[in-house]
Design a protein around this ligand. Structure first.
Ligand code: FAD
Length: 436
């Protein structure tokens, strides 16, 4: 059966498909595939834009390997089966009075898919989801189950937290969660020049700051989400957003209306620039409070392609200035806004924020519209700033370039030699980014 990712940018026809329901069955599948001489990839929710999960060998579908194994509310440590989606994890965490400290803007990903590619949200003092990983178990290339934690092979943890699935099939992940919290959300249009001038101030003063720059408009949409530390303080706590308004803002405006705009722009490219100006000019302000993940996550029904680069935070303004010069020169117009986020430095060897405070710049194009020229120009600009591509988003860098921007790249490859000397878990994408 043919497999395809969410964006339609990767397809594959696995020779075999396994749907294990136990950790032993995952190990059996790896051994069985090895006997048949097949390479193996684990399938998450297919939300990577890169062909990271694609295989013509054996696909291990983890959609029946879900749920929480154990949870300790006092420490916040929660062990979860790798195929669990972030959405389902949040439901369980809600009931336990726990939460993920930070998230990206969707929750459809599996826990293992999210950590494998370094999935992140925004927050200058916070890392991506992989920074919350305290332990994990994986099936290595020889079909053995390996525990990695502070007390078992701790030396492998910085490699295993973000692994692009190259070290083995992850069976369980132990995440350090935090007590449940509410966020005060503030989203408002602001002249893009002002946002750029105040970038450092906004990043420092808000728990979660990001903005969307509309390439042909004057305004950016600034999102500032802050933890509500004194829930009784009504001055600091905006009221919840009524259900009808949430539906109107997110379903009607951000999905239905924006989707219609995109379809128009795709059909009549000369309208893209005026439509972009219109979209930026009609942005509206909203403030509300809600449970953390209800603020982090928004429905994304309009399909697109995406590339995202992590650059040292101090170079973000320079990179954006170059991008703003490059976009008007493109022969094909850009339909989608550019998203800018921040994250703290961390120590996972293949984390895009490894060793440096980071700004993420994500560019998108509506599905079916030309993007090659835009993405190439972006890659060249971020390349001069030592940019690191998101492992799950489109890019063309190869192992030799990635070795230059990841100081622990060779150490990661050594761990790969230990856990998968036969390259059981290889595919074309890993050949590109890690070498054969
Ligand atoms: C609409 C949309 C919004 C997004 N928003 C964000 C965002 O806000 N922030 C962000 O950082 N990213 C974002 N992404 C990217 C997305 O978070 C990542 O690509 C993530 O990896 C997808 O998770 P998945 O479960 O779909 O994994 P997949 O794409 O299915 O797999 C990703 C990789 O992990 C491997 N893998 C999965 N499970 C295992 C396992 N158990 N053991 C070993 N390897 C495994 C796969 O083989 C593959 O190499 C977004 C993507 C989309 C489509």
């Amino acid at each position: 059966m043919t497999w395809q990712n969410w964006a339609g940018t990767a397809t594959a026809t696995p020779a075999r498909r396994y749907e294990p329901r136990t950790a032993e069955a995952i190990a059996d599948a790896v051994r069985d595939a090895a006997t048949a001489g097949l390479v193996v990839r684990a399938l998450g929710s297919g939300h990577s834009f890169t062909p990271a999960a694609a295989t013509d060998g054996a696909a291990i579908d983890l959609s029946s390997w879900t749920g929480v194994v154990s949870a300790d509310v006092s420490t916040g440590l929660v062990t979860v089966r790798s195929g669990t989606t972030l959405r389902d994890l949040n439901t369980v965490l809600d009931a336990l009075g726990l939460a993920l400290p930070n998230m990206g803007d969707i929750d459809a990903q599996t826990v293992s898919g999210a950590i494998c590619t370094g999935t992140h949200g925004t927050g200058a003092g916070l890392g991506g989801i992989a920074t919350q990983v305290e332990a994990l178990e994986l099936v290595t290339g020889d079909g053995e189950l390996l525990s990695v934690s502070a007390t078992s092979h701790p030396e492998l943890l910085p490699a295993a937290r973000v692994s692009i699935g190259a070290l083995g099939v992850i069976t369980t992940v132990t995440l350090r969660c935090v007590p449940t919290f509410q966020l005060a959300a503030d989203e408002r249009p602001m002249p893009v020049e002002e946002v750029l001038d105040r970038f450092e101030e906004f990043a420092a003063d808000n728990d979660h700051f990001e903005f969307y720059w509309f390439p042909y408009g004057r305004n950016a949409l600034v999102k500032r989400n802050n933890r509500i530390t004194a829930p009784g303080d009504s001055a600091a706590t905006p009221p919840p957003m009524p259900g009808w308004r949430r539906f109107y803002e997110y379903e009607v405006m951000e999905n239905a209306a924006f989707g219609a705009l995109c379809r128009t722009g795709r059909a009549v490219p000369s309208l893209v620039r005026p439509l972009g100006r219109l979209a930026a000019a009609t942005l509206s302000a909203r403030s509300y409070s809600a449970h953390s993940h209800q603020v982090f996550v928004t429905p994304r029904r309009v399909r697109f392609v995406e590339s995202e680069y992590a650059v040292p935070r101090e170079s973000v303004l320079e990179v954006l200035a170059e991008l703003r010069l490059a976009v008007p020169r493109l022969s094909q117009p850009v339909m989608f806004p550019v998203e800018v986020r921040v994250a703290a430095a961390d120590d996972a060897w293949l984390s895009t924020a490894h060793g440096r405070d980071t700004a993420y710049i994500a560019i998108h194009q509506y599905t079916g519209m030309p993007y090659a020229e835009y993405f190439a120009a972006f890659e060249s600009i971020t390349g001069s700033a030592g940019g690191r591509p998101h492992w799950g988003k489109m890019h063309t860098l190869d192992a030799s370039r990635l070795a230059e921007v990841y100081p622990r790249f060779a150490d990661f490859l050594q761990v790969r030699d230990q856990t998968d000397p036969q390259r059981r878990f290889s595919n074309l994408y890993l050949d590109q980014v890690l070498g054969r």
